[in-house]
Ligand binder design. Sequence first.
Ligand code: NCD
Length: 322
Amino acid sequence: MPARPDIEAEIHARLVPFPKPHLLGVEDLSPEEALRLLDLADAFAGLNELPRRSLELLKGLTQANLFFENSTRTRSSFEIAGKRLGADVVNLDVATSSTAKGETLSDTAATIDAMGCDLMVVRHAGEGSVAEVAGAVKASVINAGDGKNEHPTQALLDALTIRRAFGRLDGLTVAIVGDLRHSRVARSNARLLPRLGVKLRMAGPPPLMPENPVQGVELADSLDAAVAGADVVMMLRIQRERMDASVAPSPEAYAQAWGLNRDRLALAAAGAKVMHPGPMNRDVEMDSTLADDRNVSLIRDQVRNGVAVRMAVLASLAARRS
Ligand code: NCD
């Protein structure tokens, strides 16, 4: 492992101001800018392996996390990332917040902003809601998921995870399978990975296919067709909270037709890896033994790399503000 001073020097060398005032979607980054951000995240991943991982790039800055939808990994990952960089991190308790009393999202965000806030991480069920917040505050806003629209830091952490596992992105075939219609993870990945040279395929049950065709993405009509020859198979959760109960498949029927298991993965390229953004329904989207097999599964790497990517985004946005 490189020594701490070398890692710190690498972080400082790779840290450039974020190209936009906010990160609302992956298209806020050109392919070159996205790759530079991944290089910075790689350096942070090195820092995160040290026994003492803090580096005070955000000292004196305040980061507010406003999560109006459930979240385990994204919220804790942003909190850990901010704290590791020395920010004062505040988590808004949404259940008792003023939006629960009828205040608009923008007014709630502007209130937190007026207290002196530099970085604001927002998750909300409405598509475009995070962009609306960005228009109402002085802080730099990061979209942590706006309805079915975008989840840019997830796509960046997926790209980082694939690049760290294979040493490259260019020329790889990635299959994303499952509930494409309701997935902001799929949408952000579809807007990012092909621009980084990935051949992207998608497949899912017909009622859960995307409403609009996705440019540059090949659609397959079965799990087997999507998996054939793929280097990475990313499975998505069925987002029951976003669908009419009448179209929601039963877990058993879904696992039969669309669940990934070892037999089906045998159709993929040699050395293929599996991914899942979480939360995962075990033995529905993917066989437990596959998800837990560290030779095949990158699920834990995705979580680990999520912290590094969020550190890179927070530090770059802060560099733009100073
Ligand atoms: C995803 C989300 O919330 O968009 N989870 C995550 O952030 N890792 C996917 C999901 O909820 O299924």
